[in-house]
Design a protein around this ligand. Structure first.
Ligand code: BGC
Length: 459
């Protein structure tokens, strides 16, 4: 069988996030985050579940890293818990930093390159009490936190990502309220979106010291209108604008798209952006991380069936300026999240970003799928997840052949974990976790993906 080889040095990894896996939420001086508060609020997470224990990675990190190494991964993307490092959002908690030093040492010992994300949604609760991301000050607090983390770890961690999926943090956290802190205000959400990007801009120069590379990890979607009608084309423009161009233009061009600024005008967006902000934000990345899961097919008809499920309790729109756009099921197979499987969308996004925003190395920092898994004879045969990842890796391979500077791929996720509003009900892991015993069972996809990583290619 022909092998589809990847470029030498390609990063083959998996990704996780602190609140989703660590547990030990009061250990070694960790403070509370907005996700602790949110998950403990009745009616916010399915079955009242929370990350108090999660998959106990805080205690089991060495076992988890050893498993990664034995499978053959050469890279690992994880996030640092801000309230472990700065309980209350200020100062330095040495014991919290020590956890990440131990984790990184373990990774390096296994020959696994660490890729650290600073913000995967666990804002210290005290900073939310002071207003959270809608407040400009939070961006300055973030830069201080970035400096503390970088000083402690930059001798060993050379790849840093500032913010993970700022669209979700802003529009699900402050707009629809499906994510922590659960506020429902489009005006607050657009403020949060800008300040998350400002946080990136303030932190990025600090993170480059010590020969480090800086990126961010927005979640991008391919977007298609259901028809060529003017109304549907406009619906697609609005969704593409808020989901993709808003973040790409800011991060890579130092500007916001004019049409999106106009869409956001009723929410006071123009007053949020201060002179000089976009110069701080733009052009600071050494690489761009892309989280890709699916395509949005959109219609201007608010009665068109379908909605992208962001939480089992989703009720308000996370799309300021596009509240009446409908998300349509285009008939592709869906994952256990109800998300359509569309590897062609990944190829589309990669080639588009490479063409419209040239000369930035790219990584897929998340891609993967939830499916229902069952343990049989001590193993988990997850052929659907394997097929999903294989098809998306083939799309990556095609994109590289088309000249896209793709440097690595991180499957979401290494382990089954706390899937935000869905609790433990949705499994994305390459590795199955028995939540009663915390036993880890690598699924078929993990064994297969490890072989792909070791061979640096698909066969
Ligand atoms: C997030 C992850 C999440 C995954 C699946 C991304 O939106 O970064 O934390 O678990 O997608 O929903």
């Amino acid at each position: 069988m022909a092998t589809r080889g990847f470029p030498e040095g390609f990063a083959w990894g998996a990704a996780t996030a602190s609140y989703q896996i660590e547990g030990s939420v009061t250990a070694d001086g960790r403070g509370a985050s907005i996700w602790d508060t949110f998950a403990h609020t009745p009616g916010k997470v399915l079955n009242g579940e929370n990350g108090d224990v999660a998959v106990d990675h805080y205690a089991r990190y060495a076992e988890d890293v050893a498993l990664m190494g034995s499978l053959g991964l050469n890279a690992y993307r994880f996030s640092l818990s801000w309230p472990r490092i700065q309980p209350g959002g200020r100062g330095v908690n040495g014991a919290g930093l020590d956890f990440y030093k131990r984790l990184v040492d373990e990774l390096l010992e296994q020959g696994i390159t660490p890729y650290a994300t600073l913000y995967h949604w666990d804002l210290p609760q005290e900073l939310q009490d002071a207003g959270g991301w809608p407040e400009r000050d939070t961006a300055y607090r973030f830069a201080e936190y970035a400096q503390v983390a970088h000083e402690a770890l930059s001798d060993r961690v050379k790849h840093w990502m500032t913010v993970n999926e700022p669209w979700c943090a802003a529009f699900l956290g402050y707009g629809s309220g499906d994510h922590a802190p659960g506020l429902r205000s489009s005006a607050q959400a657009v403020r949060a979106a800008h300040h998350l990007l400002l946080a990136h801009g303030l932190a990025a120069p600090l993170l480059k010291a010590n020969d480090c590379l800086v990126g961010a990890a927005p979640n991008l979607y391919a977007v298609t209108p259901v028809s060529d009608s003017e109304a549907d084309l406009d619906a697609a423009r609005r969704i593409d604008g808020l989901q993709n161009r808003f973040f790409l233009d800011a991060l890579l061009r130092g500007s916001y798209p004019e049409d999106v600024v106009a869409d956001l005008e009723p929410f006071g967006f123009a007053d949020v952006v201060q002179p000089g902000d976009l110069d701080l934000i733009g052009g600071k990345v050494d690489f761009l991380g892309i989280n890709y899961y699916s395509r949005h097919t959109v219609s201007a008809d608010p009665d068109a069936a379908g909605m992208v499920a962001t939480s089992p309790f989703a009720s308000a729109s996370p799309w300021p300026g596009a509240e009446s756009v409908a998300f349509v099921n285009a008939g592709r197979p869906v994952t256990d999240m109800g998300w359509e499987v569309d590897p062609g969308g990944l190829h589309e996004i990669l080639t588009r970003v490479a063409k419209e925003y040239p000369s930035v190395p790219l990584y897929i920092t998340e891609n993967g799928a939830a499916y229902v898994d069952t343990v049989a004879d001590g193993g988990v045969d997850d052929q659907e997840r394997l097929d999903y990842i294989e098809a998306h890796l083939a799309a990556c391979h095609d994109a590289i052949a088309d000249g896209v500077p793709l440097k690595g791929y991180f499957a979401w996720s290494f382990l089954d974990n706390f899937e935000w509003g869905w609790g433990y009900g949705k499994r994305f892991g390459l590795v199955y976790v028995d939540y009663e015993t915390q036993v880890r069972i690598p699924k078929s996809s993990a064994h297969w993906y490890g072989r792909v990583a070791r061979h640096n290619g698909l066969s």
